[in-house]
Design a binder for this molecule. Sequence first.
Ligand code: NAP
Ligand code: GDD
Length: 338
Amino acid sequence: MAETTVNGSERVALITGVTGQDGSYLCELLLKKGYKVHGIVRRTSNVQRLRLEHLRTMPEVYGKSFFLHYGDLSDATTLRRIIHLARPDEIYHLAGQSHVGLSFEIPESTCEEIAMATLRLLEICRDQPHPIHFYHASTSEIFGFVKESPQTEETPFRPSSPYGCAKAFATDMGRVYRAGYNLFVCNGILYNHESPRRGENFVTRKISRQVARIKLGMADKLTLGNVHGRRDWGHAQDYVEAMWLMLQHPTPDDYIVATGKSHSVMDFVEAAFAVVGLPWEKHLEFDRSIERPIEPARLLGDAGKIERVIGWKPKRTFEMLATEMVEADLADLADLRS
Ligand code: NAP
Ligand code: GDD
């Protein structure tokens, strides 16, 4: 187990994208480990941040070991100021437009937020007087038109979406800053990971939410695009653990984080309907307008390196994930109705 103090003082982490699925789980993990955690949030018209509300309303936590700062990825001056004030030992850079399908509709802002913002943060880290361990949220989407399956850290990047192109640029920049300036940069090449906190416009959560609505008599149909796509799906709580472990290792490197198991979207549909004991055939329908111009080929990760070097392995299975997500949505909808 790594130390959570350096020379007797508390470790400090800064998370971009702290309001997101991964950011919120990582924040909980680091607080539990005794870190001071700073998070960057952008201005929104609704100040309630659902995934963080439980921490923000804890007086013994908020303002004591957990701090939020307004900032936007496009605003280098503010990012620099926050890093200067917080003096983090570790930065987890998770923020950005994370929807692959949407990146075909808004490619320019996707690339600006993902590619240029990562470069901006690396430049700020280069200027800091103290060393910072930097985690970059890379993705299996960099492999896109895959050359080989399963993919390893040596598989060439061949992205198949604007999102994948932007992440490939950011991942390469991380490598360049590590080699060129000796910065401690780790690219976590993460495959799809889900949870009850997953955004509702990603396919697993769309399915779990709608299956729960159908079970409770609040809806009748689940409408999807291409259900033949295959992914390597893991659990977000396992994956944030991998992020932390990477930054504790004595040397920085890139790691694939995956389960090594491939499932289709249809497998998730079947697993979700099985949880509520309903036949999917009666409820599933298709809408071609949801389909994407291009789909990546067989995204399947070989996580052998992170297991060998760092000792990380996923704890939760695909079936556990589907069950947890559907049950959480059933409980949440039941609460809303009562
Ligand atoms: P998510 O739930 O969509 O969270 C994205 C976060 O980025 C949110 O906190 C969002 O803030 C913030 N953000 C977006 N644009 C911003 C901007 N311009 N300025 C400041 N903050 C901004 O994503 P996630 O699933 O937690 O994923 C975390 C990271 O890992 C992302 O970079 C994603 O691309 C990458 N990744 C995810 C997966 C996966 O399967 N989940 C796999 C590989 C890589 P708001 O709450 O205000 O929107
Ligand atoms: N979102 C969505 N909505 N996807 C659908 C739908 C639908 O109604 N119907 C079918 N799909 C299919 C998509 O076409 C894709 O083949 C698959 O479901 C998974 O889509 P998403 O859940 O949106 O995830 P993703 O694989 O495109 O991207 C996620 O994983 C990447 C890692 O591989 C995101 O979390 C990215 O940020 C991440 O980098």
